[in-house]
Design a protein around this ligand. Structure first.
Ligand SMILES: Nc1nc2c(ncn2[C@@H]2O[C@H](COP(=O)(O)OP(=O)(O)OP(=O)(O)O)[C@@H](O)[C@H]2O)c(=O)[nH]1
Ligand SMILES: [Mg+2]
Length: 499
């Protein structure tokens, strides 16, 4: 058992596991991999219509029994392809945008002429090798510097699924943008550069490989596909040995973060530049026996979603275009055109004037889809709800936090920036209520005066403003968070109780 699983999933007996010993960890993992994983709530479990999400209590008037609505919603959904959000994460320059751009070309989202145009323009800027990334890096700054800043977004379809690609920035200055992307993802794709020296830099402390993997896990991503990229590079040359070396170095860390190395992880050697192993198997790499990337993600089991649950759509962004347009992922429930909804925490009543699902106008949007709604004025981090079943809001809450990285001790009064679903709030630690012993999982008696790196504590936090949240047990997507300070992720946490 590892510190993240222990911490994030600590709801019962698994809290008693130890975290220190590597060997023990491996043994335990073997065991866990044989058994059904009950410690990590998978997206399926989290979104199951049957139990986990149901406990959210209506805060306005009671909502009608969900079982009545079940049949029609499931029927309507059957006519649509399953939506899956895939976030591309990894160290700067690993090749995330290049792979994303190549996938758009291979799936017919960008045509050859547009790519040739990008190639000519990129050449003029002496950025020839970057032309594929231009399909996703659409603004001038990104193209001039060759670095993604905003999470790029594009979609493509396979026979079974409708994929939305979220191309996260790898540079450490843009981690908050990356968190926004990861918060919406069902599946994460970690891109690693196998090029000599680049893998090593990306994986060192301070490299974004570790932080991104950890943040994706915190955001609730269950499956991680690792694309070992730049296999065509002359320092790699499709070497199986280099592929295995990268994999072996990553695995102990992945385990620590809480991924089951056999069930949740899959490694694929690829080249974003040549497109090898992205859509069709690459014959010059006979030692890789698995499917190419797109086939692999198409064949992953379906995510069972909470389509019949209460309507929850954290607002990711907004812009004005003859009215206010809200962007976000529908985490549960469905929205129909003309519906009268409430935006929390301000309790603004709004009417849905128009709906787009991945840029196509639609009369209805379902759970898991990326939605644009035209309504009146609201802010990112607000949550769209039904009038009969509002989400919770508060300023003061108790949470379990684990300090990942902080040089000095942390005392009450300490302030940090809380990232929870799409909300970003300044919070202050009021008191520490207890410490959790990592070995026994037991709570210590008495209030600690301070906590330090690697400790797990229960703390009372206070935000400056009222914001939307749920307890982790009721609704994990809106109950897990990250605390950041001075541009670094210092802690991850889960909400225990709203006060
Ligand atoms: N040889 C080789 N170079 C690649 C490959 N994929 C990407 N590159 C190069 O790596 C550089 C960075 O690629 P990007 O796609 O912009 O990387 P990124 O991960 O999106 O970078 P950020 O957005 O800044 O985090 C570019 O020069 C690409 O041409 C590959 O498969 N092989
Ligand atoms: Mg990029």
């Amino acid at each position: 058992m590892n510190v993240f699983t222990l911490y994030l999933d600590a709801t019962g007996p698994e809290m008693t596991e130890t975290v220190e010993d590597e060997e023990e960890e491996e043994e335990e993992e073997e065991k866990e991999e044989e058994e059904e994983d009950i410690s990590t709530p998978s997206p399926d479990e989290e979104l199951s219509t049957d139990n986990e999400v149901e406990p959210i209590k209506p805060t306005a008037s009671p909502s009608p029994p969900t079982s009545k609505k079940k049949e029609p919603v499931q029927e309507e959904i059957k006519s649509k392809k399953e939506p899956v959000n895939v976030v591309f994460i990894g160290h700067v320059d690993a090749g995330k945008s290049t792979i994303g751009g190549h996938i758009m070309y291979l799936t017919g989202q960008v045509d050859k002429r547009t790519l040739e145009k990008y190639e000519r323009e990129a050449k003029e800027k002496n950025r020839e090798s970057w032309y594929l990334s231009w399909a996703l890096d659409t603004n001038q700054e990104e193209r001039d510097k060759g670095k993604t800043v905003e999470v790029g977004r594009a979609s493509f379809e396979t026979d079974k699924k409708h994929f939305t690609m979220l191309d996260a920035p790898g540079h450490k200055s843009f981690v908050p943008n990356m968190i926004g992307g990861a918060a919406q993802a069902d599946l994460a794709v970690l891109v690693i550069s196998a090029r000599k020296g680049e893998f090593e830099t990306g994986f060192e402390r301070g490299g974004q490989t570790r932080e991104h993997t950890m943040l994706a896990k915190t955001a609730g991503v269950k499956h991680l596909v690792v694309l070992v990229n730049k296999m065509d590079d002359q320092t790699v040359n499709w070497s199986e040995e280099r592929f295995e070396e990268c994999k072996e170095k990553l695995l102990p860390f992945m385990r620590k973060v809480g991924f089951h190395t056999k069930k949740d992880l899959h490694f694929i050697p690829v080249s974003g530049i040549t497109g090898a192993n992205l859509k069709v198997p690459f014959t010059e790499c006979p030692w890789y026996k698995g499917p190419p990337f797109i086939q692999f993600i198409d064949d992953l089991p379906s995510l069972r979603r909470n389509s019949d649950g209460p309507l929850r759509m954290p607002v990711m962004d907004k812009f004005k275009d003859m009215g206010t347009i809200l962007l976000g992922k529908l985490e549960s429930g469905k929205i129909e055109k003309g519906a009268n909804l409430i935006i929390m925490p301000n309790k603004n009543a709004v009417e849905v004037l128009q709906i787009w699902v991945d840029d196509c106008e639609s009369d209805t949007a379902f759970t898991g889809e990326n939605v644009k709604l035209k309504v009146e004025d609201v802010l990112p981090g607000f949550v769209v709800c039904e009038p009969t079943n509002l989400c919770h809001t508060c300023k003061v809450f108790d949470a379990q936090i684990v300090i990942l990285e902080h040089k000095s001790i942390i005392c009450p009064g300490y302030s940090a920036v809380l990232h929870i679903h799409n909300a970003v709030e300044e919070v202050q630690i009021q008191t520490f209520i207890g410490l959790i012993d990592k070995k026994t999982g037991k709570r210590s008696k008495g209030h600690p005066r301070f906590i330090k790196q690697d400790q797990i504590a229960i703390a009372r936090l206070e935000a400056q403003e009222l914001f939307c949240l749920e307890s982790f047990n009721d609704f994990p997507q809106m109950g897990r968070f990250t605390l950041r300070d001075e541009g670094k992720t210092i802690a991850i946490g889960k909400v225990l109780k709203l006060l």
